[in-house]
Design a protein around this ligand. Structure first.
Ligand SMILES: [Fe+2]
Length: 305
């Protein structure tokens, strides 16, 4: 019997992490029958909700990728369909990818992809991302050229952030400013790539992957009168705290992915103008490993200069 690649219970992943291997290959033979069954159930119950609530670019992407409804997908099969469309590739990882590395992957059109599957008993509860969130929630969007370019621009922004803080000689001020810039990035990413809504001729639709991979929240995000939905304004988004442990009470709407791309351009310009240096305090908390991932590159650049 296969031992399985279940989230938080996969010895293969523990070993890879123990050996310091972040980028791995998907050991497909290790998936258990229960893992495939979890995928089957997740996919089967989301499909009618996607057809009703997902934006048309996602539905087109889903078709382009030919994701199997009845078993965990192989990343190499996904990439065979994905790469010719936008150059993006799903790249297997053993766990959390520190922020700079994550953005740098996007810049290189690589999407760090979790390969474990949530357990069959906990289809709704996710202690951390899994392959359903990453492959079914994120990757279909990467087939869309305008969306893909937006991700690459976000990756560029991480390099701009390095440039911006590299010039600060006081380490305390450098850390303070980097923390503020990364908070702005995290909020922007959250309210667009993870939880974004889009106006379409067919009404309001979902494009954020956190919503696209959530059986309960996809409906709630569009239908609930409790949710506040506003046109996306950068000045609001970068100063808006969010919490990750409940359905989002506040969501932002864009008109198109071309608009989203323009917004990332504006985000980068604002960073250069110093307008991300003092964003409102509050969630999310910036973690040491994310800050260090940037500072490490900063010190390399200063050293090279
Ligand atoms: Fe995600």
């Amino acid at each position: 019997m296969n031992i399985g690649l279940t989230t938080t219970k996969a010895p293969f992943i523990e070993e890879a992490r123990g050996a310091g291997q972040l980028f791995i290959t998907q050991p497909y033979a290790l998936y258990s029958e229960e893992n495939h069954e979890a995928w089957r159930q997740l996919y089967g119950r989301m499909l009618p909700l996607w057809q009703r609530y997902a934006n048309p670019h996602f539905l087109k992407g889903l078709q382009c990728l030919c994701l199997p409804p009845d078993r965990v997908p192989k990343l190499e099969e996904v990439n065979r369909f994905l790469e010719p469309l936008t150059g993006f590739r799903a790249k297997a990882v053993s766990g959390y990818v520190p922020a700079f590395l994550f953005f740098d992957c996007l810049r290189n059109r690589e999407f760090p992809t979790t390969i474990t599957v949530r357990s069959l008993e906990n289809l709704d509860y996710l202690p951390e991302p899994d392959i359903f969130h990453d492959i079914a929630g994120h990757v279909p969007m990467h087939t869309d050229p305008a969306f893909a370019e937006t991700l690459v621009r976000l990756g560029d922004c991480a390099h701009t952030a390095v440039e911006m803080v590299a010039g600060i000689s006081d380490p305390k001020e450098q850390l303070r400013r980097l923390t503020s810039i990364l908070k702005a990035f995290a909020r922007f990413f959250w309210f667009t790539i993870e939880f974004g809504l889009m106006n379409t001729p067919e009404g309001l639709k979902v494009y954020g992957s956190g919503l696209l991979s959530s059986y309960g929240e996809i409906v709630h995000s569009i239908e609930s009168p409790e949710v506040q939905r506003y046109p996306l304004q950068i000045e609001w988004v970068i100063n808006q705290a969010f919490e990750i442990d409940h359905y989002q009470p506040l969501l932002f709407v864009v008109e198109s992915f071309d608009q989203l791309y323009q917004l990332v351009d504006t985000l980068e310009r604002w960073m250069r103008e110093g307008r991300l240096n003092n964003v409102a305090p509050g969630e999310p908390t910036m973690h040491e490993r994310d800050l260090q991932s940037f500072l490490h590159v900063v010190s390399e650049e200063v050293h090279d200069a």
